[in-house]
Design a protein around this ligand. Sequence first.
Ligand SMILES: [Zn+2]
Length: 409
Amino acid sequence: MTQLPLRAQLASALGRSAATLSRMTGRGDGSVIGGRVGLMLEPDLLRQLARDRKLALVSATNGKTTTTRLITSALLELGEVATNVFGANMPAGHVSALSQHKRAPYGVLEVDEKYLPEVLDTTGASVVCLMNLSRDQMDRAAEIWLLAQKWRRALSGKPTHVIANCDDPLVTWGASTAAKVTWVAGGQRWKEDSWCCPECGGPLDRKDADWACRECTFHRPEPQWAVDDDAAIDPQGQRWLLDIQLPGQANRSNAVMALAVADAFGLPVERALPRLREVTSVAGRYTTVERDGRHARLLLAKNPAGWLEAFDVADPQFPIILSVNAQGPDGRDTSWLWDVDYRILRGRPVFITGQRRLDMALRLDVADVPFTLCGTFSEALAMQPPGRVDVIANYTAFQDIRTEFGRAV
Ligand SMILES: [Zn+2]
């Protein structure tokens, strides 16, 4: 690997010091502030840090943190990997991740959907993994269509190898200008944002997983990889039992995306898959915390598609606690709760907490789902019988619960 120019070395070193200082003073993990300091001193730092490395960028509305983690775990089989493990998914976070692993020949970066074109241009990443696009908080279908259009422009004319989920029509459209695409049938649970053809606006006809526009030639490409229940099907048609520890169909899809990315790095399934099985939780997600004999499993749901994935993982035989906040990262407006069908919770003991528990209460009342309102998460937990309980929380509510249990990982 070639040496960084002196200015970039200095910017990178000062950024790392700022990050250490931030951690020592208890202001978070420091990955954002460190990257910001570095970029202030050398605006071209990300490009310089990315040079001479083989990078994968991972973007989606849901599952990007988990998939980034799975890919990183797989690529460790090849050597050192730089990654933004704390989910700081904008350029400052990327600078920080690459600065911390200066000699790592590989990098896996989670990238915010809006920043993907900029980060791809800057880093020249050779692999991009695109999984799903759906409304997030107050984004609406027109906005995610614009996002997909920006992806198309960014990928056009580049030698990037894209690994994309062909079950999501909008992702398919966003990826299809790339020179090389490996299509993965990764499934699509949330379909409400893709009833129209992104190419012409005509209606999309769907039959099982297949889809095609009724008015133009846009249709689902033939996948090379697929998920079949608990197995991955590789491009040769061979079945691989996934048997990963992360729960739910969404994570099995994430795992197959990770296997396809690993393959693009020259890593075969037989070496990548055991590494995926080592991942048990990701930044507190899917982890179980215990208090007085209550075992609470923590699930994160930030948007309508995320709620559907969490419902898939939550076990109907156990009570469930829902916690909703509306602080900055959550979006102040909770009207997106009305997009989710909560009737699936009927028949389960449901407890609601969080700053916006009354919004949630109204939503459940309209859906005829009985519930108990609780002042705090601790109160909700104490009301449970000993044993397991599932917890679904949106972003800051989830972080509050994690903090209460000592940054559960
Ligand atoms: Zn069409």
